[in-house]
Design a protein around this ligand. Sequence first.
Ligand SMILES: NC(=O)c1ccc[n+]([C@@H]2O[C@H](COP(=O)([O-])OP(=O)(O)OC[C@H]3O[C@@H](n4cnc5c(N)ncnc54)[C@H](O)[C@@H]3O)[C@@H](O)[C@H]2O)c1
Length: 505
Amino acid sequence: MTALDLSSPVAVVGTGTMGQGIAQVALVAGHPVRLYDAAPGRAQAAADAIGARLDRLVEKDRLTGADRDAARARLLPAESLGDLADCALVVEAVLERLDVKQELFRELEGVVGEDCLLATNTSSLSVTAIGGALANPVRFVGLHFFNPAPLLPLVEVVSGFATDVTYATRAYETARAWGKTPVACADTPGFIVNRIARPFYAEAFAVYEAQGADPATIDAVLRECGGFKMGAFELTDLIGQDVNESVTHSVWQSFFQDVRFTPSLAQRRLVESGRLGRKSGHGWYDYAEDAERAEPHTAERQQPPAYVVAEGDLGPASELLALIREAGIPVREEDEDHGTRLVLPSGGQLALADGQTSVEFRDVVYFDLALDYRRATRIALSASQDTSPQTLAEATGLFQALGKDVSVIGDVPGMIVARTVARIVDLAHDAVAKGVATEEDIDTAMRLGVNYPLGPFEWSRRLGRNWAYALLDDLHLRDPSGRYAPSLALYRHAYASDKREGNTS
Ligand SMILES: NC(=O)c1ccc[n+]([C@@H]2O[C@H](COP(=O)([O-])OP(=O)(O)OC[C@H]3O[C@@H](n4cnc5c(N)ncnc54)[C@H](O)[C@@H]3O)[C@@H](O)[C@H]2O)c1
């Protein structure tokens, strides 16, 4: 057990949103806590705010009155950095500026003891760069909490280039002793969550920019079909478009403008126009009281087809066959070496989104990937100008007969959920191959940090080892910018699985 002893004082420097939350966590865990802020009076105000939050915990029976009083007695605002001399851990949560953080740690190094663990809560700066200001950076780590820190369990424990494993382990174990779920990661842009989550926003914005669908429809498909708690447009309105865009921009710049992380022009314009989301009353959506609520496009009711013919294995969508039969529509299954499609009475076909466009085929309608076809309440379909109206009507009627709302979007290869999940899976494999974190920690981080219904590796296992690779490979062919180029790690993953199954062709 290498966690800090509970009798060791912990300091939090910078007592804004994050500093207060982190201080509350350390305090409730049992540490004496010192608060320091450069703005006069702010540390005292933070102590008062934390005290008020403890009162609310008592009201909700989540803390006893005696524990609250003891915690309050352990919480002390500090007049100067010098008051932090006996602390065993200092967590910094000041302004997100490299020079400000470096200057602070330089000063702190002259104040605290040699063994004091120094931690930054930076979300976008390099831990290594901040620690570079120190004479002794081995005890310097990133401790990346998520907002609100008292409620969200995830903490990314980031090792910089010079961080010694003893200190990283101490930080990790301390976060765990505080009731958090720590994950270990290397110091690369965005750490785990802010790196692997980028496509969730980027692909939704790309579909919108390509005029594939409007925000309300894309959000509804991500939620009701993809199983995400919120869509990308409503979530970024909540986070703040400026905040979300600045993380995207920072990750893209820090990866030397890697095209896989390219920011969205549409989001840039939104920020430039001052539409920052809920906090400004208008973002992708209008939050004025009298504003009309944006509704997703939902297709009119259509007749279900009299029967369907299933050719080949539908892969991640194979559950659909049982659902179609349960809806009373006969299914005839035919073995097919190449096809993985449902053939409709019109002669047209229905296929799971695979990175190709409908226009490449005579009469096909694509349907999007669902987290769970039984529980999904909406499904997106895409058709091209060459798709016959009858095929689209039969496809629509089929999913409506299964109890789903149907949103018909433009001819977008990889559609909405499928391309988003494939890219998340790819970035996750790439991150593991580059030593950023383990598969388990990445799954944990994405479930707890951004509430994904499944971790990328859980998703990958469910979809089949080569599904994401095949989809991205197809998308890359159609958009050779490199944005969709599957990583070498994903290629290896897909190829290794083929070999294991005896198919090396
Ligand atoms: N807000 C979030 O959702 C979030 C989430 C994770 C990480 N972070 C990171 O946490 C840090 C703090 O963010 P925040 O949202 O709490 O900011 P904030 O603006 O709410 O608080 C920053 C505080 O730092 C103080 N400060 C500034 N310079 C200082 C200095 N040199 N010495 C001491 N105090 C100083 C300010 O007076 C202010 O009280 C940033 O690095 C940010 O990237 C923020």
